[in-house]
Design a binder for this molecule. Structure first.
Ligand code: BG6
Length: 466
């Protein structure tokens, strides 16, 4: 549908921005914080670790002041589980609680709504050593941790996200540094435990906090068939089931997606279920669906005797399942300097698909473009490519809202430069530049980029500039 007049954004629309604890905070071993899986990684060659990151832990007030200057109405950040519970369970680290209390209070001082992710890729190392999500007891651990968060921050935090990109941890855990399983059956067993833990925590949230809302935060991508061959369409549906619907059907419809289940059964990698598991799933209900959107995926049919294929840029990323699907490049789409396809229309498509399928309000918790931003001779960052990226995506979101989709807010990735999951500090996403290099920490000064002022104007006027 083409519109001459788009609907205005609601007055209370949550224009925000996102980060995650281990990618921005630094202070990896300070004030009683325990180790997490991310602290224990050996980074890829020529790539920094997460120990200092953007030093947000020490510069939190300055950062929040800049967020307020940008006009943010919301800030989506994660809490480091190992800062609250250094051993993953047991003794609470009061200094960790204090840090997040200060952050939340600082945000509220400027009327910025905190949106809190409870777990974003940084599992406490003590739990990972025991096998991480493979142990069923971690469901209780996650619940106990959630209870501590609700008790300490629930009076001020009204938006909660359970687990960031559970689907990406399952599908690309080796790239994200989250993998603790030894084989695929274990991976899907871990997934099952995460689904149960999520359901339990959503239930607990509703019991403990009457005016809070909670939802999942997967990475969702519309899947296109490479051609109009019915076999390609079938492959696209297969991949959508395995990549998207498995996770959201379990959380929202509270059932296992049948196509995904049949795939797991055929591969003999079904999770072991206990009596009562389906009741646990049924008891947790999300209030909204939060999701991260970066790009669409295009898929063609694959024959059962094809070999498994790997991404040509990310060599550890598997992009096919013989007989099920094969991810292919989409020649209609431009790419970022890091070879990610750019598809703003895909954003409108997936917003509509999600709303159609689940009838729940949507909250965008990530969307953005990684660039090699460099200071020019005047000490400025002219990130016009980023502005263009946001302009197009926000326009498509507005079209989706005009199509009737309910969207609560938009929190692009990222509020400030931070360390990418596996491509270091050189891959920058922020509205605010952090003056450090991959290894040389320089002065870590904060410098608003051109996109900062563009987003500021958009938020002030509540409409896309231009
Ligand atoms: C999402 C993650 O997958 O994408 C973020 O939730 C991540 O943690 C972001 O940083 C961008 O990915 P990358 O690999 O470029 O850092």
């Amino acid at each position: 549908m083409y519109y001459k007049k788009l609907k205005d954004f609601p007055k209370d629309f949550l224009w925000g921005a996102s980060t995650s604890a281990y990618q921005v905070e630094g202070a990896w071993n300070e004030d009683g914080k325990g180790l997490s899986t991310q602290d224990m990684l050996t980074p890829p060659e020529n790539t920094t670790d997460f120990k200092v990151a953007s030093d947000h832990y020490h510069r939190m007030k300055e950062d929040v002041q800049l967020f307020a200057e940008m006009g943010l109405k919301a800030y989506r950040f994660s809490i480091a589980w190992s800062r609250i519970l250094p051993e993953g369970r047991g003794k609470i680290n009061q200094k960790g609680i204090d840090f997040y209390n200060r952050l939340i209070d600082e945000l509220l001082k400027y009327n910025i709504q905190p949106i809190v992710t409870m777990f974003h890729f940084d599992l406490p190392w003590s739990l990972a050593k025991e096998g991480g999500w493979i142990n069923r007891s971690i469901i209780e651990d996650f619940k106990d941790y959630a209870k501590i968060l609700f008790e300490n921050f629930g009076d001020r935090v009204k938006y909660w996200l359970t687990i960031n990109e559970q689907n990406m941890m399952v599908l690309a855990g080796n790239l994200l540094g989250t993998k603790t399983s030894k084989n695929l059956q274990e991976t899907y067993q871990q997934n099952h435990h995460m689904l149960l833990a999520q359901a339990e925590v959503m239930r607990l949230c509703h019991e403990m906090l009457l005016d809070a809302q909670i939802g999942p935060a997967p990475n969702i991508s519309p899947v296109y068939p490479a051609t109009n061959k019915p076999e390609d369409m079938l492959a696209a549906e297969n991949w959508a089931a395995l990549r998207n619907w498995l996770y959201l059907d379990a959380c929202v419809k509270r059932i296992y997606n049948p196509t995904a289940w049949a795939f797991l059964e055929e591969k003999k990698i079904l999770p072991n279920m206990k009596k009562g598991d389906l009741h646990i799933l049924k008891a947790g209900k999300p209030d909204f669906i939060a999701f991260n959107y970066y790009n669409s995926t295009t898929v063609s049919a694959s024959l059962p005797d094809d070999s498994v294929k790997y991404d040509k840029y990310d060599k550890k990323k598997m992009i096919s399942e013989p007989g099920v699907y094969e991810v292919v490049e989409n020649s209609n789409l431009p790419k970022t300097p890091f070879n990610w396809e750019i598809d703003p229309v895909g954003f409108r498509i997936i917003l509509r698909q999600l709303y159609d399928r689940y009838h729940l309000p949507l909250l965008i918790t990530e969307n953005g473009i990684g660039l090699y931003d460099e200071l020019d001779e005047d000490g400025k960052i002219n990130d016009d490519i980023r502005i263009d990226f946001y302009q197009q995506h926000i326009m498509e979101m507005q079209k989706a809202m005009t199509d009737g989709v309910e969207v609560l807010g938009y929190n692009p990735w990222s509020a400030i430069d931070l360390v990418s999951t596996h491509e270091g500090f050189r891959k920058r996403y922020g509205f605010i530049y952090v003056n450090r290099k991959e290894f040389d920490l320089l002065d870590m000064n904060r410098i608003p980029k051109k996109s900062f002022y563009w987003y500021q104007k958009l938020i002030r006027e509540n409409k896309v500039p231009g």
